[in-house]
Design a protein around this ligand. Structure first.
Ligand SMILES: [Zn+2]
Length: 217
């Protein structure tokens, strides 16, 4: 039951994107529908509700959420925080069970393969790399649409292997994005940035030999 609720919530956000994007005012129909919804919700009788009225009620709620004042938003955050603290352990248990359900696994598999899933994974990766941006979505679009290295113009390939693989380059000091380049250019730039003198093959061989001898002892 809770699982279904979760999927429903995700769906809700998707369904009401038009409300979130266009500052809408609730109609009388929507307002009235929500009054019924609220009453039934308190009585835990939502499943008896007419689907069309429910739809209107949820539209009202989406509009209401979108038009909250700063004070109302803060109040909600505080309420959520208290709720979270009170039920944290219970949630952990619930999540553990939920993650193991076939339903959830199938949902996640589908999500990861979807456009949104790929985007979300890429943005998470950027954040893990420490890249700071005002708009990760714009950054993602750039990542997606860049087909050639912006340094040497070689055609880029996807995946984690190959000299031509796509890399996102950022300044390690300012943490700001620079450009999309190939792996070779990325390594070269790293060497330049950190004032590392490239090692000669002889040096690399010598280092390996030393390490080998040391480990042998
Ligand atoms: Zn390159």
């Amino acid at each position: 039951m809770k699982m279904v609720l979760l999927l429903y919530k995700i769906d809700l956000k998707k369904n009401y994107e038009y409300i979130y994007n266009n500052n809408m005012e609730p109609t009388k129909e929507q307002t009235d529908a929500y009054k019924i919804y609220d009453k039934l919700s308190r009585q835990k009788k939502l499943d008896t509700m007419d689907e069309n009225i429910k739809k209107l009620a949820l539209e009202y709620r989406a509009i209401y959420r979108n038009n909250r004042t700063e004070e109302q938003k803060q109040k909600k955050i505080e309420w959520d925080r208290q709720y979270y603290q009170a039920s944290h352990k219970e949630h952990l248990e619930y999540n553990k069970i939920r993650r193991n359900t076939e339903e959830y696994k199938a949902y996640m598999k589908e999500f990861r393969a979807s456009e949104n899933g790929i985007k979300s994974a890429r943005i998470t990766k950027m954040k893990q790399l420490g890249i700071i941006s005002d708009d990760y979505e714009v950054l993602y679009e750039k990542w997606k649409n860049t087909t050639h290295c912006e340094e040497c113009n070689v055609e880029l390939v996807g995946g984690n292997k190959g000299a031509n693989r796509k890399c996102i380059d950022h300044d390690h000091k300012t943490k700001l994005f620079r450009n999309i380049i190939c792996h070779i250019c990325n390594v070269k730039r790293g060497i330049k940035d950190n004032n590392i003198v490239a090692k000669t093959p002889e040096q690399i061989k010598e280092e390996r030999r030393e390490r080998y001898l040391r480990d042998k002892k």
